[in-house]
Design a protein around this ligand. Structure first.
Ligand SMILES: C[S@@+](CC[C@H](N)C(=O)[O-])C[C@H]1O[C@@H](n2cnc3c(N)ncnc32)[C@H](O)[C@@H]1O
Length: 174
C-alpha cells in the first residue's frame, strides 16, 4: 500500500467523533486494492468504476468485505449522503481531458464541508495518453474554487511508469 495513504489513514482514523465509520469514495477503483485496505481499517468504503471488467476484478479481490461496490459513471454518481473522503489514484489521469472541467465541481458536490480529496496526481505536459498528466496550474484551476491545498508531497514509492511525476496531495473542501 502506498506509504502516503497509510500515513494519511493512520493520522485521520476511520471513525468520526460520534464513533461512526467515515464514508470514503474510491472513484475509478480498478481492482480495488486501496479500497480493500481502507475497508480493513474500518472506513465505510464505496468503490466505484464504470468498467464491467474492473468491477469483476474488484469483486474477486474484495471477497467478503463490508463496503459497497458500484458499477457507475463517476459523473452520474449521486450518493444518499456526502463523503468525508474521496481517494484519488490514477483516476483524473484516466479521464479524457474534455471531462476535466467537471472534475472539481463533482468532487466538491460529493464531499462534506471540511472533507478531503486526498491522493496521487500525475504531473506533466505530455499531450498523449492515457495516462493524461496535468500541469499544476490546470489542477489548481479545477480544485482551488472549492478546496484549500493542505498537503503537497513528493512520492517515493510510485510504480515505475509514474516515478518522479506524481505527488501526494490533500485538498480540504471549504
Ligand atoms: C488507471 S485505472 C486506476 C485504477 C485504480 N484507481 C488504481 O490506482 O489502480 C482508472 C480506472 O478508472 C475507471 N474510470 C475511468 N473513467 C471513469 C468514470 N467516468 N467513471 C467511473 N470509472 C471510470 C476505469 O475503468 C479504470 O478502472
Amino acid at each position: 500500500m502506498p506509504a502516503a495513504l497509510q500515513a494519511f489513514a493512520a493520522r485521520h482514523g476511520s471513525r468520526d467523533p460520534a464513533g461512526q465509520p467515515r464514508r470514503v469514495l474510491v472513484p475509478g477503483c480498478g481492482s480495488a486494492h486501496d479500497a480493500a485496505f481502507l475497508d480493513r481499517l474500518g472506513w465505510a468504503v464505496t468503490a466505484l468504476d464504470f468498467s464491467a471488467g474492473a468491477v469483476d476484478s474488484a469483486r474477486r479481490n474484495l471477497g467478503d468485505w463490508n463496503g459497497t461496490l458500484v458499477q457507475a459513471d463517476f459523473f452520474a454518481h449521486r450518493p444518499e449522503l456526502p463523503y468525508a473522503l474521496v481517494y484519488e489514484r490514477a483516476f483524473l489521469c484516466a479521464l479524457p481531458r474534455k471531462l476535466w472541467p467537471d472534475y472539481g465541481e463533482r468532487m466538491a458536490q460529493l464531499l462534506d464541508a471540511g472533507g478531503c480529496l486526498a491522493g496521487f496526481y500525475l504531473f506533466g505536459d505530455e499531450l498523449k495518453g492515457p495516462p493524461f498528466p496535468i500541469v499544476r496550474q490546470a489542477l489548481e484551476e479545477l480544485l482551488a474554487p472549492y478546496f484549500d491545498l493542505e498537503a503537497d508531497e513528493a512520492v517515493a514509492d510510485s510504480i515505475p511508469v509514474f516515478a518522479g511525476r506524481e505527488r501526494w496531495m490533500v485538498w480540504r473542501r471549504r
